[in-house]
Design a protein around this ligand. Structure first.
Ligand SMILES: N[C@@H](CCC(=O)N[C@@H](CS)C(=O)NCC(=O)O)C(=O)O
Length: 198
């Protein structure tokens, strides 16, 4: 059985929990208190961070790498596109999300000096994505994919991070609600995440 070491409020761990629940497979989530991190995390991940996936002898860290492994081990429903060109594009977009959006997570969580600049950088990038959802249901088309998994934890935390989107981005918020209503997404939420949105 796979074991996922997961932070109860951590957006990166949230991504891996979504994939595990979407696949409906057998796994165990081990809650890690980031304010009192057990020493074994540093032993299994040289960067001393969560999430970490342990599958027998295999130990993986980095949420997107973990998620691609789970997707390949349990291909139903497949979350990465089957076609190599589309898959390469999906990986490129995953990288863009890390660079433009998720690199801001530490600053959003610390909420210190300069936070407004960070909030508006994230807001601007999300506004740019909004037109996609006037034409299609999900990021890559009409099927839920790894791209939706990757961005969902940020969309869930917008209010929590003090980011308000303008009316012009309402298609993006409708898209977010489409993800939030999925059973896999609901089941993946921890009690601390459930209370992040009203
Ligand atoms: N790029 C990594 C980021 C993981 C990460 O930054 N995890 C943070 C939680 S947000 C962590 O474990 N930090 C260690 C700590 O707070 O002590 C991923 O995608 O998995």
């Amino acid at each position: 059985m796979m074991n996922l070491y997961s932070g109860t409020t951590d957006p990166f761990s949230h991504r891996c929990r979504i994939v595990l629940f979407e696949k409906g497979m057998d796994f165990e989530v081990i809650d890690v208190d980031l304010y009192n991190k057990p020493e074994d995390i540093a032993v299994i991940n040289p960067y001393n961070r969560v999430p970490v996936l342990v599958d027998r002898d295999l130990v993986l860290y980095e949420s997107n790498i973990i998620n691609e492994y789970i997707d390949e081990r349990f291909p139903h429903p497949q979350l990465m596109p089957p076609d190599p060109i589309m898959r390469a594009r999906a990986r490129q977009l995953l990288h863009t999300f890390e660079q433009e959006l998720f690199s801001n997570i530490p600053a959003l969580e610390a909420s210190g000096k300069g936070i407004e600049k960070v909030r508006s950088a994230v807001r601007d990038h999300l506004i740019q994505l909004a037109p996609i959802f006037t034409k299609q249901k999900f990021m890559l088309g009409d099927e839920f994919s790894m791209l939706d998994v990757a961005i969902a934890p940020l969309l869930w935390r917008l209010e929590h991070y003090g980011i308000e989107l303008p009316k012009a981005a309402s298609s993006l918020m409708k898209y977010a609600e489409r993800i939030f209503s999925r059973q896999g997404f609901i089941d993946a939420l921890t009690p601390s995440e459930k209370v992040m949105r009203r």
